[in-house]
Design a protein around this ligand. Structure first.
Ligand code: P6P
Length: 334
C-alpha cells in the first residue's frame, strides 16, 4: 500500500507548464515554449555556478557592465547564455538584461513577449559562495507590435509572469503568473528537472525580522531611520526584531517569502532613486510578494507594481514583505 507520508505525485515544471496551458484553450503554446527556454537557462546557469570555484569561473572578467559594476566571468557567461536561449526560443521579441546597456531586439515574427532579466543578481557575493540568482519578468507585446522599447517600459501590473531562481544548495525557482499563485520548484540535479516543492506559497502575515543594509543608515531619510529604530525597541512581546541581511536580493527575498518579515533597500541621500532596478529586480519581486499575500512599495509608499520605469535601468527604493510589516513602514515613512 502507498505510504501516506510519501508524496508520489511528482509534478515537474514541464508538466506544470503544460497543465497551465491546457487551462487556457486560447493558448497558442508560445508562452509555454518561452518558459521552457527560461528553465533551460536556469538549469544551465545552475550548472556553471555549481562548478564555478572548481573551474575558476569566479573572479573578475576584466570588463564592466553598463552600470559600472565589475563583471565577473559568470555574469558574462550567464548573460550570453540567457540571450542565446531567448533568441533561439523564437518567442522573445524584446530583451532587457542588467548586463546590456541597450534593449536587444530579436527580429522573429510570431514572437509576442518581452523579457527583462538580471542573469546573476548579487554576483558580488559569488566568490564567497553566497546564494545568487536570476530574476525575470515577462511582458506581452502590444497587439500588432513587432517589439519596441515601450513594450517593456511598463509597470508590474502588466507583467504576464515573473519570478526568480536562487542558486543555493540546490536551485530554487519561484514563479508566479498574473493574478495567480506563487509556486516553488526545486531542481533535482540528478535528473535535471525542476520539481514542485512549494505549491501555492503564502508569506506569513507578520514576522519580527527586518532585512536592510544598516551601513546606509547615515544616508536614510528621518522617517526610514525612525522606522528601523522602532524595530530595535522591545515590541509587545518584550523582544526587538531580528536582523537578517545577506546582500543578495534573491536570497533575502526567498527567506522573507518563506519566514515572513520585511526586506528594504530604501532610496536615500546617496542613491536618491534607490539602488535596485525596477524592471528586473523590484517589479518581478513585487509581483511574487503580492501574489503570496504580501506587499511591496517604493520609497514614497506607492504600490511598487504601479511604478512606471522611465528607462530600462531605472531604479526605485523598495520595501517588501509581510503585509502587516509593510503597513508598519507606512506609519513612519510618508
Ligand atoms: P548593498 C546585489 O548587488 C544587489 O543588486 C542585490 O542583489 C542586493 O539586494 C543589493 O544589491 C545589495 O546592495 O548595497 O547592500 O551591497
Amino acid at each position: 500500500t502507498q505510504d501516506a507520508n510519501i508524496n508520489t505525485n511528482i509534478i515537474t515544471l514541464t508538466r506544470f507548464l503544460t497543465e497551465e496551458q491546457v487551462k487556457h484553450p486560447e493558448a497558442t503554446g508560445d508562452f509555454t515554449l518561452l518558459c521552457h527556454a527560461l528553465q533551460y537557462s536556469f538549469k544551465s546557469i545552475a550548472y556553471y555556478i555549481r562548478r564555478a570555484t572548481l573551474v575558476n569561473l569566479t573572479g573578475l572578467a576584466g570588463s564592466a557592465n553598463t552600470t559600472g559594476d565589475d563583471q565577473k566571468k559568470l555574469d558574462v557567461i550567464s548573460n550570453d547564455l540567457f540571450i542565446a536561449a531567448m533568441r533561439s526560443s523564437g518567442k522573445c521579441s524584446v530583451l532587457v538584461s542588467e548586463e546590456e546597456e541597450n534593449v536587444i531586439f530579436f527580429p522573429s515574427d510570431g514572437a509576442h513577449y518581452a523579457v527583462a532579466c538580471d542573469p546573476i543578481d548579487g554576483s558580488s557575493n559569488l566568490d564567497a559562495g553566497v546564494s545568487v540568482g536570476t530574476i525575470f519578468g515577462i511582458h506581452k507585446l502590444a497587439p500588432g507590435s513587432q517589439g519596441t522599447k515601450e513594450d517593456i517600459l511598463k509597470p508590474g501590473t502588466e507583467l504576464v509572469a515573473a519570478g526568480f531562481t536562487m542558486y543555493g544548495a540546490s536551485a530554487q525557482l519561484v514563479v508566479t503568473m498574473k493574478g495567480g499563485t506563487v509556486n516553488g520548484f526545486t531542481l533535482d540535479n540528478g535528473i535535471g528537472e525542476f520539481i514542485l516543492s512549494h505549491p501555492d506559497m503564502k508569506i506569513p502575515k507578520k514576522r519580527a525580522i527586518y532585512s536592510v543594509n544598516e551601513g546606509n543608515s547615515l544616508y536614510w531619510e528621518d522617517g526610514v531611520k525612525n522606522y528601523f529604530s522602532s524595530l530595535k525597541e522591545a515590541q509587545e512581546n518584550g523582544k526587538p526584531y531580528s536582523a537578517r541581511y545577506i546582500g543578495s536580493m534573491v536570497a533575502d527575498a526567498y527567506r522573507t517569502l518563506l519566514y515572513g518579515g520585511l526586506f528594504a533597500y530604501p532610496a536615500d541621500k546617496k542613491s536618491p532613486k534607490g539602488k535596485l532596478r525596477i524592471l528586473y529586480e523590484c517589479a518581478p519581486m513585487a509581483m511574487v510578494f503580492e501574489n503570496a499575500g504580501g506587499q511591496a512599495v517604493d520609497s514614497k509608499m506607492a504600490r511598487m507594481m504601479e511604478v512606471v520605469p522611465e528607462s530600462i535601468h531605472d531604479r526605485a527604493g523598495i520595501f517588501m514583505g509581510s503585509y502587516d510589516e509593510v503597513e508598519k513602514v507606512k506609519k513612519f515613512v510618508k
